[in-house]
Design a protein around this ligand. Structure first.
Ligand SMILES: O=C(O)[C@H](O)[C@@H](O)[C@H](O)[C@H](O)COP(=O)(O)O
Length: 225
């Protein structure tokens, strides 16, 4: 029987899961609840699968999203669906998941309710996991979105976002709310994103590359080829 070596991205996912599990354990040693904020997209899937297998006090852990597409939770591109299918499995089924959509037709109509829902969580978050797109966006802070300046400046917890580069309306945690965490990890992979990160690190201006809004706080960068 041949034991195939894990790929660099699988190894990275397990390393990130270990770091996040350790952070949650540390905070739960001194507080009743711990909040984990995760990103959607495709990169997090092996990380979700790895973290779900950790023996944590999941009943005391709250999970929410950094952003969401304004679609039904059963839709293929729902981040809530991704979390339910890959993270909230096994022992992690006991976690409290707080989605970012409502029954409203638009994120503009649902933003206030989502904001109230988020305010009840255990801020500051123990961990925020950020992803990044090839345009330097993170969460749904998109460089081509009319709402970017608002999302970078507001104290509101969430902002409804529309962007020409994505088909669905979105809702995103504001930069201020994403900063309200003890630890930030950036989880990316591939050469293209490495080059975008290098550009972000070499310059200033969050409007051009919104990931830059998170390069001033301590940021654990988890990257694999
Ligand atoms: O809703 C989303 O799509 C994510 O929250 C988004 O910010 C994601 O992290 C990046 O777009 C990277 O996505 P990939 O991991 O699929 O490249």
């Amino acid at each position: 029987m041949t034991n195939t070596m894990p790929t660099p991205r699988e190894q990275l996912a397990h390393q990130l899961a270990e770091a996040v599990a350790e952070a949650l354990r540390a905070d739960l040693a001194v507080q009743d609840k711990a909040l984990l904020v995760v990103s959607g997209g495709s990169t997090p899937v092996p990380f979700f699968d790895a973290l779900a297998a950790h023996d944590l006090p999941w009943g005391r852990i709250q999970v929410t999203l950094a952003d969401e597409r304004w679609v039904n939770e059963q839709a293929d591109d729902s981040n809530a669906r991704l979390v339910r299918e890959h993270l909230l499995q096994g022992p992690a089924t006991e976690a409290t998941f707080v989605p970012l959509t409502t029954a409203d037709a638009t994120p503009e109509q649902g933003a206030a309710e989502v904001g109230e829902r988020l305010e009840r969580l255990a801020w500051p978050a123990s961990v925020v996991i950020l992803g990044m797109g090839g345009d330097g966006h993170t969460a749904s802070l998109f460089p081509d979105s009319r709402e970017l300046d608002l999302a970078l400046a507001t104290d509101e917890p969430v902002v409804a976002v529309r962007t020409p580069s994505k088909p669905q309306p979105r809702i995103t945690l504001s930069a201020e709310r994403l900063h309200r965490a003890r630890r930030h990890f950036l989880h990316i992979s591939g050469e293209d994103k490495r080059a975008v990160l290098a550009r972000a690190l070499a310059g200033d201006g969050s409007r051009e590359l919104p990931i830059r809004a998170f390069l001033a706080c301590p940021l654990g960068i988890y990257w694999a080829p």
